[in-house]
Design a binder for this molecule. Structure first.
Ligand code: PLP
Ligand code: COI
Length: 355
């Protein structure tokens, strides 16, 4: 008998791994649920998605993903409220951004129904995997890559779209110390920085390893031209509070248009906080740190949520940030997570009820 969920065919896993999972001690993105959603792009179209057991996939060595890196992804979370309701946060924004990334990497765009219907069906099936513990959620990883074969350096003719799920705790353990980058660049004008392309992350690993050797968890990327302006961090957009104004860099070719970033800007404005979207020079931040007007820095992203930055390093000097009792970071984190976990009214209409 064929089983379907939300009209998507399901091939059930023979056994569940859920009882092996310690939901009280979840790390980030390292345990995976029983099923995944798959759709293949063949003969010029995306096949109807299906749900299959989570497990290895088989690819030819000549698949273009291995040679030319056509690979993009998204990052979202599913949240559970106290009554067992399951919610997503602005999921259509992720679908739109996936397709912006797809266009830039010459990957065929995915229809909205494949993304949304597939996501909802998978979450309905895996709802017991959405953690209820404070600070935990089910991390949702939609991704797409070139499965088509050939050594010719041109776009593949076949692709795979998969959504995999990972019950997860916090992305960072402990305080976040960042290094403002002076040499390496994450992205360049006209490049793929604004896309959520796997290669953008691969290119960050080496400079981030060098920073980690010096005790920093993330690099703050600066413009590729003169390294004068702050852009974003490895896995999050960056906010700076100088006196009582909250500032973040404008998005451009080189910066990921973060969904958390734009939500934080709206919530901050709603809180009556002065916000500015403008270029922030490293010089301005260093001077503000020296004269005491730099009150806060924090990162914002799906995985990182709102992560206060405890200190930044620049040209061999570490600048500590003060610990504020009533920081913007804690206020904004509370408000955004209250919406995400259905603990508060959602005046913006961002919450998306799955169950
Ligand atoms: N910048 C980068 C490089 C990221 O990887 C992420 C994470 O997704 C973000 C910013 C934040 O984006 P979002 O808030 O949409 O998760
Ligand atoms: C996310 O926040 O969802 C991301 O994609 C960041 C990731 C590199 C962990």
């Amino acid at each position: 008998m064929e089983v379907t969920v939300n009209n998507i065919p399901v091939q059930k896993a023979a056994t569940s791994k859920i009882h092996d999972v310690d939901f009280d001690n979840l790390s980030f993105g390292s345990t995976f649920t029983d099923h995944m959603l798959v759709s293949d792009y063949v003969n010029g179209e995306w096949t109807p998605p299906k749900i299959v057991p989570y497990g290895p996939i088989s690819l030819e060595p000549s698949s273009k993903i291995f040679h030319y890196g056509q690979s993009i992804f998204e990052g979202m979370k599913a949240y559970k409220d106290e009554q067992g309701g399951v919610y997503l946060f602005r999921p259509l924004e992720n679908w739109k951004r996936l397709n912006r990334s797809a266009e830039r990497l010459a990957i065929p765009e995915l229809p909205e129904s494949h993304f949304m219907d597939g996501l909802v069906a998978l979450l309905q099936l895996e709802q017991d995997w959405v953690p209820q513990n404070p600070g935990s959620s089910l991390y949702v990883r939609p991704f797409m890559f070139a499965s088509g074969t050939g050594f010719h350096a041109s776009p593949a003719d076949e692709y795979k779209f998969i959504i995999a799920l990972a019950p997860s705790g916090a992305y960072f353990s402990g305080k976040v110390k960042v290094l403002i980058e002076e040499k390496y660049s994450r992205a360049a004008n006209g490049g793929v920085g604004y896309a959520k392309a796997g290669g953008n992350y691969a290119g960050q690993f080496y400079p981030t390893q060098l920073a980690a050797e010096k005790g920093y968890q993330q690099v703050i990327w600066t413009d590729d031209n003169k390294h004068e302006f702050i852009e974003e961090a490895g896995a999050m957009n960056v906010f700076v509070r100088i006196d009582d104004t909250l500032i973040t860099a404008p998005t451009n070719d080189r910066i990921l248009d973060g969904i958390t970033r734009k939500s934080i800007l709206d919530i901050a404005a709603d809180e009556g906080i002065d916000t500015e979207v403008r270029k922030i020079s490293v010089k301005e931040v260093v001077e503000a740190a020296k004269n005491g007007s730099l009150r806060e820095m924090f990162g914002a992203g799906t995985a990182a949520v709102v992560s206060p930055i405890a200190a930044f390093g620049y040209k061999g000097v570490d600048y500590e940030l003060p610990e504020l009792a009533d920081s913007y970071a804690s206020k904004l984190k509370q408000r955004i997570t209250d919406i995400q976990y259905n603990r508060a009214e959602d005046k913006f209409g961002w919450r998306y009820k799955v169950i």
